[in-house]
Design a protein around this ligand. Structure first.
Ligand code: ADP
Length: 263
């Protein structure tokens, strides 16, 4: 007759292991669900803040009879800033949800990384000038890489923007580019305020800010580094940060030169 033993038998140890694995899976699902809920509640909060301000500003304008022209203009300018802020949050959120941490969503082309970085810095120069920050680029060699041009631009832009925003007056931001046979490396170094050691593990989290009020004032959404990190993950690269409080911060990004995923 048929004598083979069943593959999964009524073995006590096996049952216990299955229950353990199942419980681990449930715990993992709970963690995912909690983080999803937290994300949704953060998004709602962040989106509501500018709207609340706009409502207050508009209501208080309407409540006054003869509003002097300067007051009217001041309120309107504040309303404009809140709208800009809302717009920035929405754009950052859209950028973030479009990225799924796999390389599938990448539009890969062969890109001149030095020119790409130069054009990003060109766009950032007016902001740097406004804050009196010296912005320099040093590239050690010509670099071409198979990357998603738009996403890598966004990544560099977020790092440089932070380096300018969290700097001090008359500070500097130094961007360097280098490559070996496998990777290219972008570092963004600043002479800014630095990041406290206890925050270093959290800065890539969505909506995390070291100093909420300061970051809001500066115009931060708390999404810039999450976006940066997702772009890096999609390209199968890595991102590192070193920081000394009161002295400055250096982000180092390492991205493979060629063909993400397919080879
Ligand atoms: P934000 O939109 O607030 O700038 P990010 O996700 O880009 O959000 O950054 C998260 C937080 O990390 C910032 O609020 C800021 O406190 C800190 N941070 C990021 N880059 C720097 C930097 N170069 N120097 C000092 N702090 C930084």
């Amino acid at each position: 007759g048929y004598t083979d033993k069943p593959i999964v038998g009524p073995n006590y140890m096996e049952t216990e292991q299955i229950i353990k694995a199942f419980n681990a899976l449930l715990r993992r699902m709970k963690v995912l669900d909690d983080s999803r809920q937290e994300f949704v509640s953060n998004v709602s909060h962040e989106l509501k803040t500018p709207i609340t301000s706009i409502k207050i500003l508009a209501d208080s304008l309407l409540a006054q009879e003869d509003v002097p022209n300067e007051v009217y203009r001041e309120f309107m300018s504040d309303i404009g800033s809140e709208i800009d802020r809302e717009d920035k949050i929405i754009n950052d959120l859209l950028a973030l949800v479009k990225m799924d941490k796999t390389s599938a969503g990448l539009a890969i082309t062969e890109v001149d990384v030095v020119s790409l970085t130069e054009s990003v810095l060109k766009r950032m120069r007016p902001i740097a000038r406004k804050h009196n920050i010296e912005l320099t680029l040093e590239s050690k060699r010509a670099i071409t890489a198979e990357i998603d041009e738009v996403k890598i631009s966004l990544l560099i832009m977020n790092l440089v923007e932070n380096a300018i925003k969290y700097n001090k007056d008359n500070g500097w931001v130094r961007v360097t580019l280098d490559a070996d046979h496998q990777f290219f490396y972008t570092t963004v170094e600043d002479s800014g305020m630095g990041i406290p050691e206890s925050s270093l593990d959290h800065i890539y989290e969505r909506f995390y800010r070291v100093d909420k009020s300061r970051s809001r004032e500066i115009g931060g959404t708390g999404l810039g580094l999450s976006i940066a990190r997702n772009v890096v993950i999609m390209h199968r690269g890595s991102i590192d940060v070193k920081s000394t409080l009161g002295e400055g911060t250096t982000f180092t990004v390492k991205i493979p030169l060629s063909s993400v995923g397919t080879k």
